[in-house]
Write a protein of this length. Structure first.
Length: 76
């Protein structure tokens, strides 16, 4: 986990603390959350890939539209 930045550690710690709080309140629900998390992650993965692809296409279109201005020396 050496490649995580500061905010990733904060989010990770908050997530862990929320899970511990859930485990204190209801252990079966916390265990169910641990079991279902990978399944939900696998279901959501295609939507994240589609979002990444759409974002890349919009970035490409924007770069193509701005290319003439950049060739003429416009500053960004």
């Amino acid at each position: 986990m050496a490649d995580l930045d500061g905010w990733a550690y904060v989010v990770l710690m908050i997530t862990f603390l929320l899970w511990v709080l859930l485990a204190v309140i209801s252990l079966p629900l916390a265990l169910l959350a641990l079991v279902l998390y990978p399944i939900v992650w696998l279901v959501v993965l295609p939507f994240r890939l589609v979002g990444l692809s759409v974002s890349a296409v919009f970035d490409l279109i924007g770069a193509v539209i701005r290319l003439p201005a950049r060739l003429l020396g416009a500053r960004s």
